[in-house]
Write a protein that binds this ligand. Structure first.
Ligand code: GUN
Ligand code: ZN
Length: 445
């Protein structure tokens, strides 16, 4: 057993339920075999567990691990292509880079960059858009498994419009997806997601083939991101009622489905998503960078559609889900009275608990309650820096959370754990000791 002592901040409960974060100073999380088995104050922990190893993290704040519900593995080296709308950006920046992953050595190197980028930014769970090449998807799963991050991913499939090298027949898409799913789905922290790129590049036959791959798998794709894309999908699917229906007609939407963007939905489409229990990955930096639009969060919530955050690397500008939270906040501000104001507790929820719920992992991760696995990030800004001063002078925990979302980047995340395993950063020897040595630094609330 290991005891982690820190200020622990999280947001258990439903989105919007609590106005404020849950915060506990001098809190002891007792972790056994990766699972939080007790949560109590440090003084009590010293009485009950005097001889157990202690990791003293009171010089920072513990948040639950961050959850990224939409991020592209083959696009790490395409980040920063600014100045284009979606379809031009795909053609000029994303797709040429994705073609390079046909070389498996290149794909392995990119997988290494990608997984490191995720965990160093504090992401412990991600729904990852894979590659069009099965060997590259194998490389991603293998790297994620070595590092220990929770990844749901799959082979991206398309049969039209994209560069020739990225196309397959529906039959080949189904058999290659099934083979990868057999190999990886349920292996440790890995799961498989059936992944047509988007209806623009996937014919009705391709979407039907996706619907035929085993139905205990996850499903992800894009929807309603850009007005030109939406008009073109309407033209290609004259028999479908709008974009969402192109997936729904093949039984692809349920509570194990996550659609990215949905910046321009109709009320009827929101009704379908709500009925199916499908979640939406809101990707603010991508939406701003490509000029896709302002996300109608209030309409999603009022329709009962679940929403979480995605970085959408590489249209998104980086791996930080804290940054996505901040940009989500900005977007809602810009919508004025039509926006949904986001309090610090809402931002932390979107970045953690909402993501866990969208990915069906609400029982396992998303907050730091007893019974959850210890997926956590240690936010510890360097001494003498702006964020350290801001956090040290915060009036309360919500204020500290606001400051962290406003200013923090990956360099402020000093350590990251998944299921009790440290996957990034270091906790120095001086933070380790036994409970009898760890005298409480502050009084517990
Ligand atoms: N729609 C289809 N492919 C993509 C992609 O790679 N990025 C984004 N943002 N949208 C897409
Ligand atoms: Zn995307």
């Amino acid at each position: 057993m290991t005891i982690y002592l820190s200020t622990v901040i999280d947001t258990p409960g439903a989105f919007g339920e609590a106005e404020r974060v849950r915060s506990a100073e001098d809190c002891a999380l007792v972790v056994d075999d990766g699972v939080i088995v007790a949560r109590l104050d440090a003084a009590e922990a010293a009485d009950r567990f005097p001889e157990h190893e202690v990791v003293d993290l009171r010089d920072g704040i513990l948040f639950p691990g961050l959850v990224d519900t939409h991020v592209h593995f083959p696009q790490v080296r395409a980040i920063g292509g600014l100045g284009m709308p979606l379809l031009e950006w795909l053609e000029r920046c994303a797709l040429p880079e994705e073609v390079r992953l046909s070389d498996v050595d290149y794909a392995r190197a990119v997988a290494g960059d990608f997984v490191r980028g995720l965990v160093d930014a504090g992401t412990t769970t991600a729904l990852v858009f894979g590659s069009h090449f099965p060997d590259a998807v194998d490389a991603l799963f293998a790297t994620a498994s070595e590092v220990g991050v929770r990844v749901t991913s799959g082979l991206v499939v398309s049969d039209r419009i994209l560069p020739e090298q990225l196309l397959v027949t529906p039959e080949r898409a189904a058999s290659a997806s099934a083979a990868l799913a057999d190999r990886w789905h349920g292996e440790g922290r890995l799961r498989y997601a059936v992944t047509p790129r988007f209806s623009l590049s996937a014919s009705d036959d391709m979407l039907a083939a996706c619907g035929g791959v085993a139905d205990d798998l996850w499903f992800t794709s894009h929807v309603n991101e850009n007005p030109t894309e939406i008009v073109e999908v309407g033209r290609l699917f004259p028999e479908a009622d709008r974009y969402v229906d192109t997936y729904d007609r093949h039984g692809l939407l349920d509570e194990r489905s996550v659609l990215a963007h949905n910046v321009h939905p109709t009320a009827a489409e929101l009704g379908v998503l709500s009925e199916r229990g499908t979640a939406v990955a809101h990707c603010p930096t991508s939406n701003f960078s490509l000029g896709s639009g302002l996300f109608p969060l209030r309409e999603h919530l009022e329709a009962g559609v679940r929403v979480a955050l995605g970085s959408d690397v590489g249209a998104g500008t980086g791996f930080s889900i804290l940054q996505e939270g901040l940009q989500a906040y900005f977007g809602q501000r810009l919508l004025g009275p039509e926006g949904r104001p986001l309090a610090p507790a809402d931002l932390l929820h979107l970045a953690t608990r909402s993501g866990a719920e969208a990915l069906g992992l609400a029982e396992t991760v998303g907050d730091l309650s007893v019974g959850r696995e210890f997926d956590a990030i240690w936010v510890r800004p360097p001494g003498g820096g702006t964020l350290r001063r801001l956090v040290d002078s915060a009036v309360d925990a919500d204020d500290a959370v606001a400051k962290i979302f406003a200013v923090a980047g990956p360099s402020d995340i000093a350590a990251v754990w998944v299921g009790g395993d440290r996957v990034s950063g270091a906790t120095s020897e001086s933070t380790r000791g036994s409970m009898t040595e760890a005298t409480p630094k502050r009084r517990t609330n």
